[in-house]
Design a protein around this ligand. Sequence first.
Ligand SMILES: [Zn+2]
Length: 527
Amino acid sequence: MAAETGDKETAKNSKSQVLAIGNAELTVVLGEKPSPAEKRVTELLAERIKDRAGVALAAQGDKAAFRLVIGKVASNERIKEFAATRKEVASLGSDGYVITVNMGNKEIHVAGQSDSGVVAGVGRLMREMRYQKGRVEVPSLDIAETPQMPNRGMYLWARKDFFGKPDQVDRYVEEFALWGCNGIALWFEMGMFKSFDDPEAKTWLDIYRRLYATAKSMGMKSGLLMVMNDAYNTSPTAMRIKPIIGCPDHYLCPNKPGSVEQMIAWQEQVFKALPQIDIFNLFPADPGGCSCPDCTPWPTRGFWRIAKPLADRIHETSPKTEIWVDTWHVNHPTFGGKDWQKLVASLDWTKERPKWFAGFEVGLAPHHGFARMSAEDRKVYNEAKQPLMVFPDISMWANHPGMLVNKEYWKSLQTEMNDYSPELMKGGWPYSERWNTDIASVMMLSWFWNPQKNVETVMDEYASFYFGPEAASARELLELLDDSNKDPQRKEKLRDKLAGLDGSLPEWVKRDWRWAEISESCRFRTR
Ligand SMILES: [Zn+2]
């Protein structure tokens, strides 16, 4: 067995502290009818240990030395038996997981409360594993964790940086799920197309269907973001807006005859062309808006004139869809100064909350000229006592080539999110527009599980998972890449560290696109 074949130091530890699993020594035990998420996460685990350690799973039915039992009480009899002896399983909250490693009988259990919990649990197990040549080591574990927020999403911006590589984005969605993400949001941007029947629009809808299918198969939710007065770029001239900051002129003014009906029809067409949408986001501005007198102030007049009937229609079509009202950018003076406070305080100022209303999505963008919120703004939301989600700006603050690292900025996001009442905060959709926001994404996803988790701890986990035996050195490199690092010798140190790692990293690290992003960032920083 591999436990006895490792090098001396590891072998000594192995006996008491780790299971050392060699080639074809581990079998995965799923239930009789595993869910797609349970099957897929097993494949991802098999792929990862093969890629990193050259270790294959044991063939099904083999008498393997080690067993990994994966599933939910409802999907796997062995998990049901395990749960009978471990009361933590029954007390898990939504999407939680329990992981135990039993050194004595060489068994590992990952019990999830839901598919998303199973996937997050196996993801956590992968991060606890150590990948050596010819074996993986699993430490003694006894973990029970439940996320504090129910909507732990990622918003992927619809541009060619992502969607020019749909295969890679598919894998990325799965990787997010391993970090505990349970939702993907996309924006269907009508203005990119001539009409719904534009072949280009069909292509985008195909990509969206595919990404939503991937998300669903990992136990995730689907989110759709639509800008309220968006329009195809051939929209009727007579219905168009009076220009306003950040909004293309082909958008429609909801106060022109027939325009509200037209916008609802277009949006409904898109909604129905996609699979069941779990979370629908009504987006107000940037882009969006109209500066005509009838639409002003935008939050409670123009915006609401379309948002209310559209949401009513969506809810008739799909009563289970959660409908969230985003307030990004509406605190800009152009959009009516403090008018947004009226929207927040009473929605359609009839003092009657629509049945479909799930909550407000608030911008989390301390560096953004228009979308940033003051402490006073946050107080307005806290006093309104409606459920909240955040829309964090994780890239626009310093968009440059290669991986973005900025610990001070990240801490400011965390502090600001935690300034909202914890009982109101339900998660969010970090705005990810390129591959270089990967660490920031992991940071936000970690905080949706535990909003108090330390930035350093998350960076340690990231370095450990993606750099394996070189984690400590890679961690130092990330410190040097940190844009809040003021070390006067930063450039020289970056160059040295990059060259050193380039020579010592295992091949599996270099095959990962993350290494290319990090190298790119080092080159940019040492120019
Ligand atoms: Zn107007």
